[in-house]
Design a protein around this ligand. Structure first.
Ligand SMILES: *Cc1c(COP(=O)(O)O)cnc(C)c1O
Length: 425
């Protein structure tokens, strides 16, 4: 990339959550392969981020490339209204087969945030169809993250969720404290008492409880007890409230189970998928629900579900998603993820003793170092680059979620770099 191109980028292109007047530097990537990012400077960085949870098989996988090539030569896109095609049908078959029981109706969309919008709309339209339109609020827990669009923003953590400045324009929902019992800690029944209280007081007005099962991602990288999920599901049934599981970050093996709901063996009423759905190749998301919900919506006043994006069911994205799921199912992803978990635990343990570190935690192929104060993001990015790795911290959180195929020696370089950089930050 020429200096002119990079200057144009700084002056004219928004990057995620960046300033146009004080842009933070962006590294110029020319290609990606396996677990590496190749920069135009000739450097190559080990990618700890898997492009935000999505590139689970690594970059440039021959089978995913082949699926994309074949599909683009056949049909890249066609509208989904009144037309259908094999890539979408095959994908819906696979998704209904691998997701928790009972989720057999599939709505395909473009991105995670839209999958969440669709889930919320399904919940509201379900209760409207049942003549209970007063059930028009959501319940969630603090420290959540569900996306950047307006309905999704309204259920993100009100302070941590990056959207507090919009509080006056967002719909008002009910927030319970975030789950406190850690993933492998003894369950404390008090942990869910406030959620139970909100449900018992307000259930006539609550359409759905929306949560990220087990792992709260961008709202704090917190891992909580499967028992919380079990209890939340039980409470939803007791109070006639739907459960929406947002597995956009956790889906497809990331936490050591195919879906994080599987840690508690529960089925939500509505499930959101995205991120790793296409193995990190193309934007695609899905919202799944039950026959009962889909039929109630369809037999309600409107006679249909009121949603239909232009690029719904994009064949190219579906074809890559099919190849990615096949690849995952054919691989030994369970042992890959559990071996990465062991390596992350071992490799990040030395950080626990550092004076600026508040906590170290790992689950599945996710490793987190939580600092006592926010990092200097420009400085730390440079430090990581010097170590030959790509890690993008956020606030107090220095975290990685590598591709499942990352070899032990490379994982070790990544964790060593994290400990080294955090120690010297
Ligand atoms: C990333 C994410 C989203 C939003 O997905 P986008 O594709 O960025 O719109 C929603 N929920 C969770 C849990 C996520 O991690």
């Amino acid at each position: 990339m020429t200096p002119e191109q990079l200057q144009f980028d700084r002056e004219n292109i928004w990057h995620p959550y960046t300033s146009m007047t004080n842009p933070t530097p962006c590294l110029p990537v020319t290609s990606t392969q396996g677990v590496y990012l190749h920069l135009s400077t000739g450097e190559k960085l080990i990618d700890g981020m898997a492009s935000w949870w999505s590139s689970i098989h690594g970059y440039g996988h021959p089978l995913l490339n082949k699926a994309a090539h074949q599909q683009i030569d056949t049909m890249s896109h066609v509208m989904f209204g009144g037309l259908t095609h094999e890539p979408a049908i095959e994908l819906a078959k696979k998704l209904t087969a691998i997701t928790p029981e009972g989720l057999d109706k599939v709505f395909l969309s473009d991105s995670g945030s839209v999958a969440v919008e669709v889930a919320i709309k399904m919940a509201f339209q379900y209760w409207i169809s049942k003549g209970l339109s007063e059930k028009n609020r959501l319940l969630t827990v603090r420290n959540g993250y569900h996306g950047d669009t307006f309905a999704a923003m309204a259920v993100c953590d009100p302070v941590n969720g990056m959207h507090d400045m919009f509080s006056d324009v967002l719909a008002k929902h009910y927030f319970a404290p975030s789950p406190k019992t850690k993933f492998d800690q003894q369950w404390d029944p008090q942990d869910i008492s406030q959620l139970a209280e909100l449900l018992s007081k307000h259930h006539q007005h609550i359409a759905a409880l929306i949560l990220e099962p087990i792992v709260q991602g961008a709202g704090g990288m917190r891992f909580y007890s499967p028992e919380y999920l079990t209890q939340a599901k039980r409470l939803c049934e007791e109070f006639n409230v739907l459960l929406i599981a947002d597995e956009i970050a956790t889906g497809f093996g990331r936490t050591g189970k195919m879906f994080a709901c599987d840690h508690a063996s529960i089925s939500p009423d509505i499930l959101c998928l995205g991120k790793a759905l296409t193995g990190g190749y193309i934007s695609l998301a899905a919202t799944l629900t039950t026959t009962e919900i889909a039929n109630t919506i369809s037999d309600g006043g409107a006679g249909c579900f009121m949603h239909g994006p232009t690029f719904m069911g994009n064949p190219l994205a579906c074809a890559v998603a099919n190849a990615s799921i096949d690849l995952l199912l054919a691989s030994d992803w369970k042992s890959q993820v559990s071996s990465i978990e062991q390596q992350l635990k071992q490799g990040l343990e030395p950080a626990r003793g550092l004076s600026n570190v508040a906590d170290v935690r790992c689950l599945g192929a996710i490793g987190v170092i939580e600092l006592k104060s926010p990092v200097d993001s420009v400085k730390i990015q440079e430090q990581f680059k010097q170590q030959g790795v790509w890690v993008r911290p956020f606030g107090k959180l220095v975290y990685i979620m590598p591709a499942y195929i990352m070899q032990p020696a490379i994982v070790q370089r990544l964790t060593a770099a994290m400990v080294e950089v955090v120690a010297n930050h």
